[in-house]
Write a protein that binds this ligand. Structure first.
Ligand code: AR6
Length: 178
C-alpha cells in the first residue's frame, strides 16, 4: 500500500498505509473476525477469497473465539505467513473500548509469540461492527504504539486503511500520540 505516515516508536516503527491489507508485505496480517470465525464480508471476506479456503478450514477448528481474543491460522496464497483472527466488539454490546483494546493486544501478542517482525492491522470493529471510526482508530493506534515500546520481536506495525475516512482517522490518531 501507499505509506501515508511513519514514525519511530520504541525500537520499532508505526506506519499508516492506504491500501488492501491482503497485499501488505509483512509477516502477519490481522483479520477483523467474528467469534464464530465465519469469514463472510468486509476484510474477512477479502482475506479468504484471496488466501483460499484453507484459512476458513483452519478457522473452523479454532472457533469459537471470545470477543477480545485472537487466534492464528496459516495464510494460504497470501504473501504473508500468518493470518491473526482478532475478534472485536459489535458496537452496542457493552464494554466496547476494553474489548477492542484486548483484541488488538491479543493480536499483537500472537504476532510476538511467532517471533514475527512485522504485522498489519485493519480498523477492527469500525466497519460492519459499527464502532465509531475516529474512536476505534484511536484505541487501535494507541495500543499498537504501547506494544512497540515493550515488544522484543515486533518492530513494524502497519495500520492499514482501505477507505479515505479510515485513513484520516488513523492519521489523526497517530499524530495525537504522545
Ligand atoms: N484491506 C484493509 N482494510 C479493509 C479491507 C481490505 N481489503 N476490506 C475492508 N477493510 P470490517 P468489523 C476495512 O467490516 O467491523 C465480517 O463479516 C473496512 O473498510 O471488515 O470488525 C467479519 O466476518 C473497515 O475500515 O470488520 C465479521 O462478521 C475495517 O476494514 C465482521 O465483518 C473493518 O471492517 C467484522 O466487522
Amino acid at each position: 500500500g501507499q505509506i501515508l505516515w511513519q514514525q519511530a516508536v520504541g525500537r520499532g516503527q508505526l506506519v499508516v498505509v492506504k491500501g488492501d491489507i491482503t497485499e501488505e508485505r509483512v509477516d502477519a496480517i490481522v483479520n477483523a473476525a467474528n467469534s464464530q470465525l465465519a469469514h463472510g464480508g468486509g476484510v474477512a471476506g477479502a482475506i479468504v477469497r484471496k488466501g483460499g479456503r484453507i484459512i476458513q478450514e483452519e478457522s473452523n477448528r479454532l472457533a469459537p473465539v471470545p470477543v477480545g481474543g485472537a487466534v492464528v491460522t496459516s495464510a494460504g496464497a497470501l504473501p504473508c505467513r500468518w493470518v491473526i483472527h482478532a475478534v472485536g466488539p459489535i458496537w452496542g454490546e457493552g464494554d466496547e473500548e476494553n474489548k477492542l483494546r484486548s483484541a488488538v493486544r491479543q493480536a499483537l501478542l500472537r504476532t510476538e509469540e511467532r517471533q514475527a517482525q512485522s504485522v498489519a492491522l485493519p480498523a477492527i470493529s469500525t466497519g460492519i461492527f459499527g464502532y465509531p471510526k475516529a474512536a476505534g482508530c484511536q484505541v487501535i493506534a494507541f495500543e499498537c504504539a504501547r506494544f512497540l515500546q515493550e515488544a522484543t520481536f515486533v518492530r513494524e506495525i502497519h495500520l492499514v486503511a482501505w477507505d479515505e475516512e479510515t485513513a484520516h482517522c488513523f492519521l489523526q490518531a497517530c499524530q495525537g500520540l504522545a
